[in-house]
Ligand binder design. Structure first.
Ligand code: PA5
Length: 435
């Protein structure tokens, strides 16, 4: 399999649980599903806009996003991004993976990600005494959580900058014509960015939903898009062994059919923890329906080896584990000589001069070995290092992987009817008119 932006997928550790011949037998089904996706057939095919997105984003569009980024960098210290689910997780995941805002770019603070008072208080505290702007993101334009936070933060923005000044500091990312946010934005003269109709929330990170906040944070959005486009290209091949998205989808589906119903995405890189959060939404919302689907969980090792490690090693044997690991972290930190005079009483002298990332890699290899022996089928997604291109590639791989995986399960991977149930009950309890 060709490496794309330093990404490789190794499924060998799962072969003891899913023999290569059984995996190969899934190839014709994977091919049929991929052909349907490419031809725009099958359930949810009105939401396939993300498939070609990385290859079709224009230079002009990226220019306008970057220009908005430069403007934000010149007029604010904090940019509050308001959205929930697919309307914030992608931007946050990429930003965390790449180490946060670039030097000189505003701090990005996320709000509207729930209804928790403490969380909104943190956003309010972050803008206290600092220049700020708002990016409000909602595809439907009617979601309660971001709408409530936006109302509060918009009030504050208006108090600070006056009505006109505030209007110049709001970007709305929403549907081209529908929803309350679109109406409000048009009436108020805010700058707007369109979420294409054929791209669902959890697949929208490469639309302005993800790219606008990332541009404001000074992230290399071009590199991200190039990485996604290059991975998309590789994931067009019909040769399952050479196609990481198809291979990932087939392997986890084969394991699901053998009773492995929970997948742990385990990273050894704390910056990738939020990729785990984004991945959980992508996979949980796409596959978890009609009584089917793998439950997606995520961990950060070695931290969680000291909490969840016991369960993964020894608990109920329905887990599969996908490691998301990074070979090199730059700039490196090495284990120094004993600062206490060289006696080495802490027992670490055998590690002197070794890089922390190399030690972390051995921890990964040890965990892979132990969990495999403990009855957990493991896969491994390896990044040479964390770059915008690698993260773009990962996004593309996971998106195609879930589309194929959902179709193998025979569900519509692009809807989320179950999300409405809590809303109906909540709105009734809140006394919303008509609920
Ligand atoms: O994937 C999805 O569609 C959802 O998670 C949505 O992104 C989330 O509910 C937010 O919806 P909206 O962007 O309409 O406010």
């Amino acid at each position: 399999m060709d490496k794309v932006h330093g990404i490789t997928l190794d499924i060998a550790p799962s072969e003891a649980f899913l023999p290569p011949a059984d995996l190969a037998a899934l190839a014709p089904r994977v091919s049929a599903v991929a052909a349907d996706l490419a031809a725009g057939r099958g359930p949810g095919s009105e939401y396939l806009g993300w498939l070609d997105l990385p290859a079709t984003i224009s230079g002009q569009h990226l220019d306008s996003l970057e220009a908005a980024g430069v403007q934000a960098q010149s007029d604010c210290e904090v940019c509050v991004v308001i959205g929930i689910g697919g309307s914030y997780l992608g931007a946050r995941a990429v930003l965390d993976a790449l180490g946060g805002s670039a030097a000189g770019a505003p701090e990005i603070v996320f709000a509207g990600t729930g209804l928790c008072t403490a969380s909104l208080r943190r956003a309010l505290a972050a803008v206290k005494g600092r220049d700020f702007r708002l990016v409000v993101i909602s595809k439907s334009g009617t979601t309660l959580e971001p709408a409530v936070s936006f109302r509060i933060l918009r009030g504050l923005l208006q108090e600070r900058y006056g009505e006109e000044g505030a209007a110049a500091r709001i970007d709305a990312v929403t549907d081209a014509s529908r929803g309350a946010l679109r109406q409000l934005a048009d009436q108020s003269g805010w700058r707007t960015w369109i979420i294409p109709d054929d791209v669902g929330g959890r697949f929208s990170v490469l639309t302005p939903v993800g790219l606008l906040p990332l541009a404001m944070a000074g992230v290399d959005i071009r590199g991200l898009v190039v990485g996604a486009a290059d991975m998309r290209e590789v994931c067009l091949t019909d040769d399952m062994r050479a196609n990481p998205a198809h291979l990932y989808a087939a392997t986890r589906f084969g394991l699901y059919e053998r009773g492995f119903h929970t997948e742990v995405l385990a990273t050894f890189h704390s910056g990738l923890a939020t990729i785990g959060e984004w991945w959980k939404q992508l996979y949980g919302e796409s596959e978890g329906k009609e009584g089917k689907g793998i439950f997606p969980a995520s961990t950060v090792y070695t931290t969680d080896l000291h909490s969840l490690g016991q369960y993964v090693q020894d608990g109920r044997r329905n887990l599969l584990e996908t490691f998301l690991v990074v070979r090199e972290d730059e700039p490196a930190i090495k284990v120094p000589k004993d600062p206490g005079g060289g006696e080495g009483l802490d027992g670490l002298d055998y590690l002197v001069g070794q890089r922390l990332d190399a030690i972390n890699w051995k921890a990964y290899e040890g965990t892979l070995e132990a969990h495999g022996e403990g009855g957990v089928p493991c896969l491994s997604l390896q990044l040479d290092c964390v770059t915008a291109g690698a993260i773009g590639g990962l996004i593309s791989l996971f998106e195609k992987g879930v589309a194929v995986g959902g179709r193998l399960l025979d569900v519509n991977p692009f809807d989320q009817p179950g999300v409405e149930a809590y809303k109906r009950a909540m709105f009734r309890l809140l006394g919303k008119p008509g609920a």
